[in-house]
Unconditional design. Structure first.
Lengths: 273, 208
């Protein structure tokens, strides 16, 4: 039986889809079978980020409505054969997702894959609630800035109320994934620090992904950043997060500015100037 | 209903400050109003500056958005995710209808959540997030940061107090007398603080 994960945030544009793709690929690269599911009906992006947009024949809604079998709708990644995508519909809207349909599909995916990662849409309404409904683990993607943190707090409250696990009185495992962390701005006090975020959200951290040009480049290439640029700081952070998801203890490295690596030498001249 | 409103006007004429700033819960159990009647009633009360925060004793679907409908008796305590709480929440309300005088929450109160406990004190082991609120009949003890709203003495108790480990509140109130974040003493922000009512004035003091 696989594990169902939801990648959610409340706030839009913080890196849910990017993180779903990157984590999915990172887990698949360790040999686990992974299915990533796009819950953002009408505004689908996961297919784009994975470079599969020209291969979507059947989608999540087709499967729910019985017009296609799950095996017909699942798209295998061309580069990682353990990674599969269930795309969202672009022409329908979220009302076409039914509770029973979602339950059936997630159940079927859980029995065939090691990991089922649900990419949640932004917001707190039906789409986001359906995406989190069957999750055992939640990754709350948060940018170190005030609106994102408050929205994440809101979604955490919903995770504790609207998931099947919560309704059964069980605890759903929740982690914060800080994304778009800029160490220079954090040092200058322009951006919230890691401690600020974890203090307000009081949940364990699963990773800190620094702001990185490689993310946009990977996205444009239609490849998860962990595949497109595996040596980039962002990719390394995602790989560490995937290892922590698998239960490994990996020391959390807070990204530092390039300047600080040469602080002893170059830093002296900078201060003098 | 017109007669009832006339009576209400008579009372408020006698003691004009009675409803000022007090959060009010309407118990409509004996009225069985229709949706239109509920709307009419709320409009009449709002025109008289009476702040209704929740409705009791009616089908939750009759309550307009923006209010938290209650389904239990006065003794029920609820954590409400957002207005228009659905049927899944009802069993919880029924369980806590035993006359409890204090409520202990050992998880932080998350943004968007509303804790309502008219029977007594509320203790939160954790923070109260920005965008969350705790409304208690008695005192409120927050073993953590207060970043949202805390309304103590909501059933009319001037003795109620609010305690928190770190003051970053959006709004605090005791027995309807409130202070917003801007009105808080700047030197107390971020500190452990005790808030009480002294002669009708909300005062704050540092907790050692």
């Amino acid at each position: 039986m696989g594990t169902v994960l939801v990648v959610t945030s409340g706030k839009g544009g913080v890196g849910k889809t990017t993180s779903t793709a990157a984590l999915g690929a990172a887990l698949a690269m360790t040999g686990d079978s992974v299915a990533v599911v796009d819950f953002d009906v009408g505004l689908r992006n996961l297919d784009l980020v994975l470079g599969a947009e020209r291969r979507v024949v059947f989608d999540f809604i087709n499967v729910i409505q019985g017009h296609a079998k799950l095996s017909q709708a699942l798209i295998r990644d061309k580069r990682l054969d353990k990674l599969h995508l269930l795309a969202a519909s672009q022409t329908r809207d979220k009302d076409a997702l039914t509770e029973e349909g979602v339950e059936d599909v997630i159940g079927a995916l859980r029995s065939s894959f090691d990991w089922v990662i649900c990419d949640s849409p932004a917001g707190i309404e039906r789409g986001a609630q359906l995406a989190m409904r069957h999750a055992e683990i939640a990754i709350v993607v948060t940018n170190p800035e005030v609106s994102s943190v408050r929205d994440s707090d809101r979604i955490i409250g919903l995770l504790d109320a609207r998931t099947v696990k919560a309704e059964r009185g069980e605890n759903i495992q929740k982690h914060i994934l800080i994304t778009r962390y800029d160490p220079t701005r954090a040092m200058r006090g322009e951006m919230m620090s890691v401690d600020d975020v974890t203090e307000i959200l009081s949940l364990p951290l699963i990773g800190i992904v620094p702001e990185s040009q490689s993310v946009l480049l990977a996205s444009n290439l239609g490849s998860p950043v962990t595949l497109a640029d595996p040596k980039s700081v962002a990719a390394l952070a995602y790989v560490d997060a995937a290892r922590r998801l698998k239960g490994e203890t990996v020391k959390m490295s807070i990204p530092t500015t390039k300047k600080s690596m040469f602080a002893g030498f170059g830093g002296f001249f900078r201060r003098a100037a | 209903m017109a007669a009832w409103i006339a009576d209400l006007d008579a009372i408020t004429r006698q003691s004009s400050g009675f409803f000022a700033n007090r959060p009010v819960i309407l118990d409509l159990k004996s009225l069985s109003p229709s949706r239109d009647e509920v709307t009419e009633l709320l409009a009449a009360l709002s025109a008289r500056a009476i702040r209704v925060i929740a409705l009791e004793g009616i089908d939750p679907s009759l309550a307009p958005p923006g209010l938290a409908p209650l389904t239990g008796g006065v003794g029920s305590a609820k954590i409400i995710d957002f207005p228009g709480s659905d049927a899944r929440r009802r069993p919880e309300g029924a369980e806590s209808r035993r006359a409890a005088t204090s409520l202990l929450l050992d998880k932080p109160v998350r943004s968007g959540q509303s804790v309502f406990f008219p029977n007594g004190d509320v203790t939160v082991v954790g923070a109260v997030a920005s965008g969350a609120e705790v409304i208690a009949g008695g005192s409120i003890h927050i073993e953590g940061a207060l970043r949202g709203r805390a309304l103590a003495g909501a059933s009319g108790s001037t003795e109620a107090r609010i305690f928190c480990r770190k003051l970053e509140a959006e709004l605090v109130a005791i027995d309807g007398n409130y202070l917003t974040a801007e009105q808080c003493e700047p030197g107390l922000i971020g500190k452990p603080v005790q808030i009480q009512l002294n002669d009708g004035v909300v005062t704050m003091g540092l907790l050692d």
